[in-house]
Design a protein around this ligand. Structure first.
Ligand SMILES: Cc1cc2nc3c(=O)[nH]c(=O)nc-3n(C[C@H](O)[C@H](O)[C@H](O)COP(=O)(O)OP(=O)(O)OC[C@H]3O[C@@H](n4cnc5c(N)ncnc54)[C@H](O)[C@@H]3O)c2cc1C
Length: 275
């Protein structure tokens, strides 16, 4: 059995440090170092676990500026076998549709070079964009089944996967035929055990520094993709306005003691929340 596994890894800025360009309505991604999106650490870990169970290769793919390479080296230190960085000025300004299209076309290209992909893993959402669009959209571009908000990969073989998903108000147990796209949540379970992203050993970090990262530009994808669907040209989304959410300046109501519930009910009645 051989599993050709792809993990989509988004290099994201540290959200406690990143700055916003309010004028342009964009995130200034150069204002903080890029690291692996926290959800993607779980996608990487489970990808490596599936490889260890069934055999195969794990390839990480990122679409990012050149300094996104650091996140891919981190992915290699965590057990990924090879990494591809999609980087080109023509990919810039991409909304989720253009991003997912570019990633999907890179997977098609990978299949030309390394053979059929059996499983595509990604995070449920990114900590900066936070749309949770990309996984399901990649699946649509490739015509594959997908499961998102996956909290447990219960069982997997070379041709099927059984997962549990948590949509907040409902749980589903799904069986998908492979190839498929799985977008993972956290906490995440794999075959009944909790998944914890491994901490890379120093020797793995040093080894990862020497691994060649494949750099693919728009031209490299030209035989599988429509170049007009990359970057800003392929993005129907327009940011109309960006602003910092205002926090309330009102003094909070402090309720102390046993009478708290009665006071709360009175306030909620006054505000028309309760009758
Ligand atoms: C008009 C517009 C212009 C934009 N311009 C830019 C720009 O110039 N530069 C820029 O960086 N962003 C830009 N963005 C933001 C960009 O569209 C999103 O960051 C991107 O589409 C991913 O969306 P998300 O962060 O919501 O990912 P989600 O859908 O929340 O992510 C889910 C999962 O998909 C995978 N994934 C998501 N993005 C990537 C990626 N890039 N590589 C690999 N895997 C990924 C990860 O596994 C992630 O966990 C722009 C957005 C808009 C609307």
């Amino acid at each position: 059995m051989y599993m050709n596994i792809v993990v989509l890894v988004k290099p994201t800025p540290d959200i406690t440090k990143v700055k916003f360009d309010i004028e342009k309505g964009t995130v200034d991604r150069s204002s903080a170092e890029l690291e692996i999106n926290p959800f993607d650490l779980y996608a990487i870990e489970v990808g490596v676990k599936i490889k260890e169970l069934l055999g195969g290769t794990v390839t990480a793919i990122s679409m990012a500026p050149p300094h996104g390479e650091k996140a891919l080296r981190d992915a290699i230190a965590r057990g990924v076998d090879k990494a591809i960085l999609l980087t080109d000025k023509r990919f810039a300004g991409a909304d989720t549709l253009a991003t997912s299209y570019t990633l999907a076309m890179a997977i098609k290209k990978l299949e030309q070079v390394f053979g059929k992909v059996n499983l595509i893993l990604c995070g449920e959402k990114s900590v900066d964009g936070d749309t949770a669009h990309v996984g399901p959209e990649v699946a649509e571009h490739l015509g594959l089944p997908h499961a998102s908000f996956v909290t447990h990969i219960i069982d997997i073989s070379s041709d099927r996967v059984v997962v549990e998903t948590d949509y907040g108000d409902s749980y589903y147990r799904l069986e998908l035929k492979l190839p498929a796209v799985i977008a993972v949540s956290r906490p995440l379970m794999f075959r009944g055990a909790l998944v914890e992203p491994r901490v890379p050993r120093l020797s793995d970090i040093l080894k990862a520094r020497r691994v060649k990262i494949d750099i693919w530009n728009a031209d490299y994808l030209s035989d599988v993709a429509d170049m007009n669907r990359f970057g800003l040209a392929g993005s129907p989304t327009r940011v109309v306005k960006a602003f910092y959410a205002l926090t309330s300046t009102k003094t909070p109501i402090v309720i102390k003691g046993d009478e708290g519930v009665d006071i709360l009910i009175k306030i909620l009645k006054e505000k028309g929340v309760l009758r």
